[in-house]
Write a protein that binds this ligand. Structure first.
Ligand code: PLP
Length: 410
């Protein structure tokens, strides 16, 4: 019989006397320090390790931007800002968090459809770069600049005519609400000459959560070719080219970490090939989950252990409303388990098969389905790993009106 796929071993977490260590702090001590369950804990040392992995692979010629949407906790943003080369925001509130970190506004970009007029004005007044998503948005920016005598830094977000293969989420190719279709850029050529605009680059973001190096490699080739073609067509001097991100992390059984080296080698080769055209262009990778996803652990406490017919249910004070993605209800077609462990019994062998469920009155409230665990008792701590991105802020925390989880950066 074929072996069942397993979760990739946890690469960044160790344990001591049975206790999970989060940045060297044993979980039993950490819960006293936090003062409540459930909570999300983010480990600084893991974030630093992820930045180092990227720097080692890509070297100094590729800039790294952090996409705040993946985890906008202000303390985390403040921590990561000096480690990366820039920040990408998706709303006025994220922009405020970014600027509060003390970053140079020239290192911040703002992408996303339906930016509100007040958000555009915030962006123009602060001097960040706005990634233009449509002709309407471009006209709005011009009119704001005329009304307030500002100059705006903008980049064009392009929706290419190719997609990112094998991606968890495709965000380019075909019809999209994101960016301006590559074949339509001519229609805005005249508007781009407006004196209140400083057009400083292009943004081509093709997708998210990809674990296949070959797919990213193929996309990078097409992205660079397209960017060069559009820059020539519109006679733009590209100060920067944001080639998106897409680097995924392994969440589910059978998945493994994406290989960075072939991606970096390919980029190096492409940049050598297009040296003339991209001579003074900063190449930017824009990453969220790859930087922070593996740093986060969602911790909840066992409130009840219940036998129903032939099945064991471990019931915790944390659930779907705190961590929608781990429950399988955030974009998964077929539900799969995140890596889940009993955080105070890391050294014990598995002896039971059980579901771990949350406190909500819905069968969708599942943190683990048919997984094996050591003997679990009331008061034990459940750790859901790979929870540093799209956890706290991507969850419906008011659903059933339970208390909110806390977030801590350790
Ligand atoms: C424009 C943009 N940048 C960055 C990201 C971050 O993606 P990830 O967290 O998968 O790296 C996204 C995700 O949807 C995005 O839409």
């Amino acid at each position: 019989m074929a072996e069942k796929p397993q979760h990739q071993p946890l690469l960044y977490f160790k344990h001591q006397k049975g206790d999970l260590l989060i940045n060297q702090l044993p979980i039993s001590q950490l819960i006293h320090r936090v003062g409540q369950t459930p909570f999300f804990a983010y480990d600084r040392s893991v974030i630093e390790a992820k930045v180092s992995e990227l720097r080692q692979a890509f070297g100094p010629d590729i800039s790294l931007h952090y996409a705040i949407k993946s985890n906008p906790m202000p303390a985390l943003v403040d921590y990561i800002t000096p480690l990366v080369d820039g920040l990408d925001v998706a709303s006025g509130k994220e922009l405020t968090v970014a600027l509060n970190s003390g970053i140079n506004p020239e290192k911040v970009s703002f992408a996303g459809p339906a930016k509100q007029v007040n958000e555009l004005l915030m962006a123009i007044a602060s001097g960040i770069t706005i990634n233009i998503e449509s002709e309407t948005e471009l006209k709005r920016i011009i009119s704001l600049c005329e009304n307030h005598q500002y100059k705006a830094n903008i980049a064009l977000r392009i929706n290419p005519n190719f997609d990112l293969k094998s991606s968890g989420m495709k965000m380019a190719g075909g019809p999209q609400q994101f960016g301006i279709d590559a074949e339509q850029v001519d229609t805005i050529a005249e508007l781009l000459k407006h004196p209140s605009l400083n057009v400083n680059g292009l943004h081509i973001f093709t997708g998210s959560q990809n674990l296949q190096a070959h797919a990213i490699i193929e996309a990078h080739k097409h992205i660079l070719e397209l960017a060069i073609q559009i820059a020539e067509q519109l006679q733009l001097k590209l100060q920067h080219l944001n080639i998106g991100g897409g680097l995924g992390i392994p969440y589910f059984p059978g998945e493994t970490s994406i290989e960075l080296e072939p991606i970096a080698a390919n980029l190096k080769r492409l940049l050598a090939e297009y040296q003339t055209q991209l001579n003074n262009t900063e190449i930017i990778l824009e990453l969220g989950r790859f930087l922070v996803g593996e740093s986060g652990v969602f911790v909840s406490k066992v409130v009840d252990v219940k036998q129903s017919r032939d099945h064991t249910f471990i019931i915790t004070d944390g659930g779907l409303h705190h961590h929608l993605a781990a429950s399988g209800n955030f974009g998964q077609v077929i539900r799969k388990n995140y890596p889940v462990k009993i955080a105070n019994k890391m050294d014990q062998n598995d002896s039971i098969k059980a579901d771990i469920v949350g406190p909500l009155c819905t069968p969708l409230d599942i943190l683990a389905k048919n997984m094996t665990f050591p003997d679990v008792e009331i008061g034990d701590l459940v750790a859901v790993f790979q929870s540093g991105a799209y956890g706290y802020t991507a969850s419906p925390k008011d659903f059933l009106s339970h208390p909110y989880p806390l977030e801590v950066l350790i």
